[in-house]
Design a protein around this ligand. Structure first.
Ligand SMILES: [Ca+2]
Length: 282
């Protein structure tokens, strides 16, 4: 009982300190004002939204760069955390938990390893506002050069134990490649957009992606493809078993809203039927 009481007290103190630090940073103008847009990740097979990714935007919905360029380096870790808080808070307000979709929020791995309390506060805040942790996905950018894989693995497993899922973002661009899967044991990988954009035109890229996806499947790691912009990319991905897809073909990020995808799913169904008929005829 005493431990729980102490834990609650310590958590509240910690939160109070963070809130003060954030308010002070905002007061000094250290963290620029910002908001979020949401982009769906769809399952092209079941035609459901798997998750929405929350993405930073300026307060009027302009591109992320407008905000990111104004974040002072010393406030970067605070900003990283503030983005997740905003994403969760907005997703709650937009009724995401009333759908079957999850929410993905981005995490800078260096900030997470060096200021772990920021990440645990993200989870505390999620619990406080009634956001279920098993619907939360943390997207870590793959950067083995900046982060010790041992420390990252330990950090990730702590959150996995709480029911949060871990995704490796931009998978395939880093230096460690497939060994990262064994070292970090994520739940999900998001294939790098540059590779995905060439799957339908460049055979070498298609072969490498196929091998990466096969390794993920063997290890029970779910795969998401980002940057799906043409039906031929969607078909090439579906052919190698990647059904979770994100990109302009389905929906652009929408400012402070969860994009509607009913029309998209009708379009996917049409494209799939056509692809199937063409394959049968040839
Ligand atoms: Ca991301």
């Amino acid at each position: 009982m005493q431990e729980v009481e102490y834990g609650v007290w310590a958590r509240n103190v910690e939160r109070g300190l963070r809130a003060k630090a954030e308010a002070a940073a905002r007061g000094r103008g250290a963290i620029p004002k910002f908001s979020m847009a949401f982009q769906p990740i769809v399952n092209v097979e079941t035609q459901e939204v798997f998750a929405y990714e929350s993405l930073v935007r300026s307060p009027n919905g302009e591109a992320a760069g407008r905000v990111l360029n104004r974040v002072p380096l010393k406030s970067f870790h605070l900003f990283d955390k503030a983005c997740r808080s905003k994403g969760i808070e907005l997703a709650m307000r937009l009724g995401l938990v009333d759908t079957s979709a999850s929410l993905t929020v981005n995490v800078n791995p260096v900030a997470a390893v060096e200021a772990n309390s920021h990440l645990s506060l993200t989870c505390c805040e999620a619990v406080d506002v009634g956001f279920p942790l098993d619907r939360l996905i943390l997207e870590f950018v793959e950067d083995a050069q900046l982060c010790d894989p041992g420390a990252m693995r330990q950090l990730m497993s702590e959150y996995q134990k709480m029911g949060v899922r871990i995704a490796i973002d931009d998978f395939g661009t880093g230096y460690s490649g497939l060994s990262l899967l064994a070292n970090l044991q994520p739940d999900i990988v998001k294939l790098d957009m540059t590779m995905v954009s060439k799957i339908d035109t460049d055979r070498a890229t298609a072969v490498v992606l196929n091998a990466m996806v096969a390794a993920c499947m063997e290890l029970g790691v779910e795969v998401i493809a980002e940057g799906v912009e043409r039906p031929s990319i969607m078909h090439a991905l579906t052919d190698i078993g990647v059904v979770l897809q994100q990109g302009y073909l389905f929906a652009r990020p929408e400012f402070e809203a969860l994009p509607k995808v009913e029309k998209t799913f009708r379009y996917i169904q049409h494209a799939k039927t056509k692809h199937h008929l063409v394959a049968q005829a040839s």
